[in-house]
Design a protein around this ligand. Structure first.
Ligand code: NAG
Ligand code: NAG
Ligand code: NAG
Length: 273
């Protein structure tokens, strides 16, 4: 009889402990494609060339590995779509398995994502930037446009919503006056084509006005960027931010600032949820 009482007591103790545990202990977030896909709600596309892919902290093909607090991972909250189209916890370099022919370092992506977490609690970043790419390669039908749409297709398959395109490109198009003069028209067409193909006519696009260029026509491309007149296309300006010794790539701290500027623009947008 006493034995039965003890068993019952143990049984209820177990139930109470279990109830407490299951209601108070948060299970760790799963970082696996199959298990985390359903969590991905708010998708941000990162596109452009090297300064979007991230060269912060890279000198002579070596990345120093320095991660400022704004760039730290937020496991279970910020994911990235890997080169294998699987979601994993995001950390810099976000483009390590995308811009594979270059040494990647810190870009604006993690600083952006950490700064918009209070509005978008589960973020899926889709890195697509490729170092040295000209805008022609990003035109509809071009190699990089196709890469981007394929990756974004995979990103939204699990029920995600595309929230914005973050665009940082044009340094390559400063090499050649013809390309610099064609930039505005090509950029305008690109933004329209992306919105058309994603069936999101007011999809926010936040572009970064150039801080540097590979050639002499930086001002021509900057003017083209600033002249884009489409609803809900926003521009933040990287001019004057600290560059690496190569004079072309933004330093880690400059990338943190770009990420914060992009986040500020996103949070200000009337179209943002
Ligand atoms: C990851 O997914 C595989 C199946 O794709 C599964 O077997 C494995 O248990 C998962 N791991 C975690 C940590 O969820
Ligand atoms: C990397 O370089 C190879 C060989 O030049 C090229 O075929 C490939 O497209 C490049 N990949 C990227 C992502 O730039
Ligand atoms: C600029 O690029 C175009 C197309 O690649 C080429 O036809 C033209 O000759 C180039 N112009 C100069 C000044 O290099």
């Amino acid at each position: 009889m006493a034995n039965t009482g003890l068993k019952l007591t143990m049984f209820f103790l177990f139930i109470i402990t279990y109830e407490y545990w299951s209601s108070h202990v948060k299970l760790p977030a799963l970082t696996n494609s199959s298990s985390s896909t359903h969590l991905i709600k708010d998708v941000f596309i990162l596109a452009g060339q090297s300064n979007m892919a991230g060269r912060g902290g890279v000198i002579d093909r070596y990345w120093d590995g320095i991660i400022p607090p704004e760039v730290k991972p937020s496991p279970g909250k910020i994911f990235r779509l890997g080169g294998d189209l699987r979601w994993v916890d995001a950390h810099e370099p976000l483009h390590a398995d995308i811009d594979i022919n270059k040494t990647c370092g810190v870009g604006p992506g993690m600083a952006f994502a950490n700064a918009v977490l209070r509005r978008y609690p589960v973020i899926g970043l889709v890195p697509c930037a490729i170092g040295g790419s000209g805008i022609e390669e990003w035109s509809r039908g071009g190699r990089l446009y196709e890469l981007l749409t394929r990756r974004v297709g995979a990103a939204v398959k699990g029920g995600g919503v595309i929230r914005a395109v973050l665009w940082f490109q044009g340094e390559r198009d400063t090499l050649n006056i013809t390309n610099a003069e064609l930039y505005q028209e090509r950029l305008h067409t690109l933004f329209i084509d992306l919105r058309t193909d994603f069936k999101l006519p007011l999809l926010p696009v936040i572009q970064v006005a150039l801080a540097s260029g590979e050639g002499p026509y930086v001002e021509t491309v900057r003017k083209a960027q600033q002249a884009i007149n489409l609803p809900n296309v926003m521009t933040v300006d990287a001019k004057g931010l600290l560059l690496q010794p190569d004079g072309l790539h933004l330093s880690t701290n400059a990338q943190v600032q770009v990420g914060k500027m992009l986040a500020h623009a996103m949070l200000q947008s009337h179209y943002a949820r």
